[in-house]
Write a protein that binds this ligand. Structure first.
Ligand SMILES: [Zn+2]
Length: 282
């Protein structure tokens, strides 16, 4: 069966995520998905593989001659795989729980129950049948050739750098720190990027890991010495560690850089003034 049939279901699943879970339309538009039917050997209806922005989502070939009901099952399987992609740190049972919640919200009600009840036995007998026929033909099971299709967002190619950086920032803002750190490490393997070092410093600072925070902020300052933000964060870390004198020195340094910056960020100016005032008697 042609993988084209999966396309509308793939987009329907994105809609379910965006409406009932969280709006991830921007994320989806930045990804490049390869989707198709696969003959997998585990007990799953689908699988996903890859790291941002390239993912493969396979749907079990059990569904490759879909009935009307199967189409719904496939849609929810996409939802399940999207949840894995969006929450790389979630356990299987967390994904399953959210998948059931979304199925109810999206009025796919008992679709999942029926899928699980009806298909697991079919799955197992299919597997046995494949094994038997392979044995009979005296061959080892080779994966069948699959037709897959690529679905890519259109913004990715032009803005790879920004997109990666923005994603780290987005995960940071969502307080998904482990995820943000993984993305940051991945990026730092390819690019010696000061902005990413700065993000790492901020993440560790939020987590209260002050020495890790200082380590990455110092690296960022080395890399992007004219950016006032890493200097400002260095001052915050020092202040939090009780090094008031040093903190004052770096607040001054950040203020100076900020006044030299073309944009001269008013928010930053206010923040620095606030802390300098706070520390003035100390
Ligand atoms: Zn799963």
């Amino acid at each position: 069966m042609d993988a084209e049939i999966l396309k509308p279901l793939f987009f329907e699943a994105q809609k379910i995520i965006n409406v009932h879970h969280m709006d991830s339309s921007e994320f989806f538009s930045q990804c490049c998905f390869e989707i198709g039917f696969y003959q997998e050997t585990d007990e799953a209806f689908g699988f996903c593989d890859g790291t941002f922005p390239d993912y493969v989502i396979g749907i079990h070939q059990l569904f490759s001659e879909p009935t009307q009901e199967d189409l719904k099952f496939i849609t929810m399987t996409f939802v399940h795989e999207f949840l894995h992609i969006l929450h790389a740190d979630w356990q299987e049972n967390q994904v399953r729980a959210e998948e059931y919640k979304l199925a109810n919200l999206a009025e796919y009600g008992d679709t999942l129950l029926r899928r699980d009840h009806a298909y697991l036995p079919r799955r197992r007998s299919l597997k046995k049948a494949i094994e038997r026929s392979d044995l009979a033909r005296g061959i080892t099971s080779e994966p069948k050739t699959n037709t897959t299709i690529m679905i890519c967002g259109d913004t990715y190619d032009e803005q790879e750098e920004d997109v990666e950086s923005n994603l780290i920032w987005a995960r940071y803002m969502e307080k998904r720190y482990d995820y943000a750190l993984r993305l940051a490490d991945k990026r730092l393997k390819k690019h010696d990027d000061g902005r990413t070092m700065y993000y790492k410093g901020r993440i560790y600072f939020e987590q209260g890991k002050l020495s890790d925070a200082l380590f990455w902020i110092n690296k960022a300052i080395e890399k992007i010495p004219n950016d006032p933000y890493p200097i400002y964060y260095k001052a915050l870390i020092l202040m939090t560690s009780g090094n008031i004198k040093e903190a004052k020195y770096f607040f001054d340094g950040a203020a100076e850089k900020n006044s030299q910056e073309g944009e001269n960020n008013d928010d930053l100016t206010r923040h620095i003034a606030f802390y300098k005032e706070k520390l003035s008697g100390l």
